[in-house]
Design a protein around this ligand. Structure first.
Ligand code: SAH
Ligand code: SF4
Ligand code: F3S
Length: 460
């Protein structure tokens, strides 16, 4: 469908007589979703900056507000409408910003947004946002909608990265063909595609030239990457970039943890000893209903191979409680796998019905109060495990990449190799520095450190 046809489908001609009709100068992008959504937000920022616009920290001060939405659970999607409600109210000077609904809700519910929120000026999906400047131009006349999944990859059309941070995301793979029965991602991000390795090496070199020391490779199924190299090959090629100190990747699917990638964890020093490998449930029966293509046993076997390759590897995961048909016994299998694995961290969610996915219409939906109760028990177990992980790391010497100021004066917060938040007090240290420390204290969500002297850090 052409843009004009889509605009006609949307019906409404934008009637606001303020921001949409004058050249917009200041923009604000708000992310609601996963790390890839954050990457996309940065890239939309790069696009608008390349148009001569300026990023501002608050939506209130912006002429263009991009709401980069997430559709993964019902609550995430609802946030869009409450934000639109707030933004559409006229400001003191009578103006209101141009509102862009971007991201996975825009992709999945573009027509519904158009009907429900006439004040939205642009609706753009995650595979079409490279056209944002043209859509904004078009929105000066009438609402613009672009939720195509174009054959031309958006990445070729994006300008150079502008971020200045110690740690940066880099999308290497997008989309998913796995169709877990609970999940919207295959519908919002389209089929799995990998970016060519040469493009990624170029983007990574550009990031390192801007001072980036850590790159996290992103993909909905990042370990299924196949852009000329496999993921292990890409990691090895990235590790050769001088000045790049740390490499991470997320999110992996247990099915695609191949021998080469596991070997990379043993060999590549810059590859951090941390892996987010969602299992979703500890019950093989539920995993089958989820169409996860792994069992409890095959997942544990994969972890055993990883730990043999890299004994200090820290693990994290995602869990869904209350998937249709989940019994108390299934749930207890999930609690047991958490204790057995000893996760350093984990994310857990109540199953959320996503219209259009197979699980939405499965029998035996679990009542809300049962989901609540299971989630609380699971989160208590996860908290116990992450505290135990942090406690077990006391005495370890490692580096911390400093990312932001701490709560107390003189403190900085950064990440250990195992992705723990670490508090560092080191006079003269600055954000972006990689400092050597010893871990001396453990809290549930962070560790305390003391800096090592230069001679100690050489020995560490
Ligand atoms: N690609 C990743 C996950 C992407 S979504 C993977 O394969 O694991 C991030 C997490 O959101 C999922 O791991 C899952 O735990 C959770 N999630 C996805 N759909 C959900 C739903 N319908 N209800 C609750 N949680 C969900
Ligand atoms: Fe969703 Fe499953 Fe694909 Fe992950 S692998 S994005 S959970 S469908
Ligand atoms: Fe959400 Fe889309 Fe990411 S649904 S989790 S923003 S891929």
């Amino acid at each position: 469908m052409t843009l004009a046809a889509k605009a006609a489908m949307a019906g409404a001609v934008s009637t606001n007589d303020s921001a949409a009709n004058r050249p917009a100068k200041r923009f604000h992008v708000k992310s609601f979703g996963c790390q890839m959504n954050v990457y996309d937000s940065e890239r939309m920022g790069d696009l608008l900056s390349a148009e001569g616009m300026t990023a501002v920290d608050s939506a209130e001060a912006a002429d263009v507000v991009v709401l980069n939405t997430c559709h993964i659970r019902e609550k995430a999607a609802e946030k869009l409408y409450s934000d639109i409600g707030r933004l559409r109210r006229p400001r003191a000077d009578g103006s209101r910003p141009t509102i862009v609904a971007a991201g996975c809700v825009a992709q999945a519910e573009g027509a519904e947004i158009a009907a429900r929120a006439p004040d939205v000026d642009v609706i753009v999906g995650p595979l079409a946002y490279h056209r944002l400047p043209q859509l904004l131009e078009q929105a000066r006349q009438q609402r613009a909608i672009d939720i195509d999944m174009p054959p031309v990859p958006k990445f070729d059309a994006l300008p150079a990265r502008r971020i200045r941070q110690a740690s940066a995301f880099l999308t290497v793979q997008e989309g998913c063909d796995k169709f877990c029965t609970f999940c919207v991602v295959p519908y919002t991000r389209g089929p799995e595609t990998s970016r060519p390795a040469a493009d990624l090496l170029r983007e990574a070199e550009g990031l390192v030239a801007r001072g980036v020391k850590e790159i996290t490779l992103l993909g909905q199924n990042v370990n299924a990457y196949h852009g000329g190299l496999n993921l292990a090959g890409l990691i090895r090629a990235l590790a050769a970039i001088d000045g790049l100190e740390r490499i991470r990747y997320t999110t992996s699917h247990p099915r695609d943890m191949d021998d080469d990638l596991i070997a990379a964890h043993a060999e590549v020093e810059k590859l951090m000893p941390y892996l987010h490998l969602p299992v979703q449930s500890g019950s093989s029966r539920i995993l089958k209903a989820m169409n996860r293509a792994h069992t409890r046993e095959s997942y544990l076997a994969t972890l055993a191979r990883l730990r043999a390759a890299r004994p200090d590897i820290a693990l994290s995961g995602d869990f869904i409680v209350g998937f249709p048909g989940e019994t108390e016994a299934d749930f207890e299998a999930t609690l047991r796998i958490v204790a057995e694995v000893g996760y350093a961290a984990a994310f857990s969610f109540k199953y959320s019905i996503r219209p259009g996915t197979p699980a939405a219409t499965m029998a035996d939906q679990v009542p809300e109060d049962v989901k609540e109760e299971r989630l609380a028990r699971l989160q208590a177990e996860i908290a116990r495990q992450s505290l135990a992980f942090n406690q077990a790391s006391i005495g370890r010497r490692c580096t911390v990449l400093l990312e932001r100021p701490g709560r107390k004066p003189g403190q900085l917060i950064g990440k250990t190799p195992w992705l723990q938040s670490a508090v560092v007090s080191l006079p003269g240290a600055a954000i972006g520095d990689l400092v050597a420390v010893e871990i001396v204290g453990a809290m549930p969500n962070s560790v305390d450190t003391i800096p090592l002297s230069p001679s100690e850090s050489a020995a560490a």
